[in-house]
Design a protein around this ligand. Sequence first.
Ligand code: GAL
Length: 640
Amino acid sequence: MKKFLLGCCYYPSHWEDADMPGDLARIKDLGFNCVRMGEFDWSMFEKEEGKYDFSLLSAAVDRAAELGIDVILGTPTAAPPKWLVDKYPEVLCVNAAGTQMQHGSRQHHNHTSEVYLRYCAAITEAMAKHFCGCRNVIGWQIDNELNCHRTDSYAEADDVAFRKWLREKYGTVETLNRAWGNRFWSLEFNDFSQVTCPRPKPTHSNPAWFTDYYLFMSDTVVNYAAVQADIIRRYMPDAFITHNGIFGNIDYRALTDRCLDFLSYDSYPSFDEKNGKALGRRVAYKFAAMRDFSKDFLVLEQQSGPGGQLSYLLPTPRPGQIRLWTYQSIANGADGVLYFRYRTALYGAEQLWYGIYDHDGEENYRSREIRKISAELARVGDIFLREGLKCEVAIWNDYHNTCVNQVESFAKTDIREIFAELNRRNIPTDLISDAERLSDYRVVILPHVAVADEALAEAVRCFTEGGGIAIFSARSGIRDKYVQYRPAKAPGVFRELAGCRVDWFTAVTEYEDQRIRFAGKEYPVDTYYEMLTPEDGACIGTYTDGFCKDRAAMVKCGNVYYIGAYLHKAPQLYGELVAQYVTRREPIDPDVEELHLGAYVMYLNHSDRAVTLAGYDILEEKDFTEIPPYGVVLLDGEKQ
Ligand code: GAL
């Protein structure tokens, strides 16, 4: 990014045409240099098949150019028009129960229908052709929040595409039968034509079938986005292509690598905010995921008002919170922020999703807060383009294991709890899914990486031999890429590295109070735990209760730790282990997020209390002695 982008999503089509020039002037007056427009307007762009009319959007792009505002255009394919779905009902998506979704909302299409892909290609090409001469169109957003409202689909087109995908993956139906283990419960197929997407069954199903289906769902999204990306790139090679995530059943690294210049994120911290309590910092987890998927990213939708739809209403941002969340996005890696949305719609499904301006369009505390942010970023925005967060710790989180975890819901991973624990301790943490990046870190936690191969084990071995610390935990290394269990003792491919074997495991019942005793403290386990037998490693933690009392729960072998349990309730154990290896400062307050960006340090107070700290704040250009409720300060470490 050449400059820090600040702006908003603007929908000229939701207002009188005559309002557009004045609206854009007000957008400029807010201090913005960028707008996103166009997504969802397909019924206006192509009222009748093949007859394109971009006049209003075109006029808005020109008006933006006059005002020096850059434009990101969205392709409108998340909202197919009625004529299209009436003519080709096969483009509609179908839920697992077999109900076909109908026109009247958005995302009612599937991602596989050849017909839909053709129409998406046509509208994308018409737009790209129309706007390719506009110098202020700097980028494109493909579709909108793929998989936001639904993450799977069971239309006829999906079955056809699934069969093709399986044929490409397995070659013969015999190989598929073997990989899935279809002799079990008589699931064998005689021909690919018999295979379907996994529909509801009377009881438990084959996990391999579901895992492949989730991998396939992601590939359908990548393929769908690629159709549009390739067209845009042909017409506008200099514009960037992005997409706003992040949702289920998408391997975003694959999506970014194949289709995008970078991925973007939509940040709505109110979803984590309960009764004004400071949980907004949980969004940090999503930013860590973003840093894995995409080296650079924008926040294309930053919440700027109370949020609601017909079925819910979220708390209104307290004075200061929009600024807090904006800087949270920026300090966590965003190179630009666009607020959702300029003004609250008077009609439609989102009358309750407030933008910067309310329905009345008048100045309010939120627009004033945003003016303050614009003024600050005009001065310091470049710092954030130069400096990024440097993490010494990473948590492994690959898409394949995410799919498997979705199938085996009994064992929900504790990754989020581990991340939150490190975040609370002021230990900045990345999420990673690329073995080549292991050596960027001092410590890598690999929680419950059940699907793993020798190549990953080898990468971890090199990493730990080079001085890195690896922490494995229960149910690791036991399954191959077809999710079949290995005919070997756990932790399978990691056994040698971990220096131990698993001799026994059990599920945790609500009547059990099993704990791990480590370094004089006790940590309650949950979900599932394993009794370990050290081989080359040494026992460093034991169970406190029952049959496993005093038996090994944790083993250390060189630079590798193995913890034989899930620790949703006690992620502090990870905190204790990691803290030994990283440089960190004690948090100044439990609700204050502290992020180091080169020599700069930002403090984000997520609480409704003032927090004592003194220094010189370069955002407000003044000395301070406390961070106000929901306040933010940025210090230049070299000048304090
Ligand atoms: C996002 C979506 C927007 C709007 C917003 C508020 O998820 O991309 O189009 O719906 O939420 O609900």
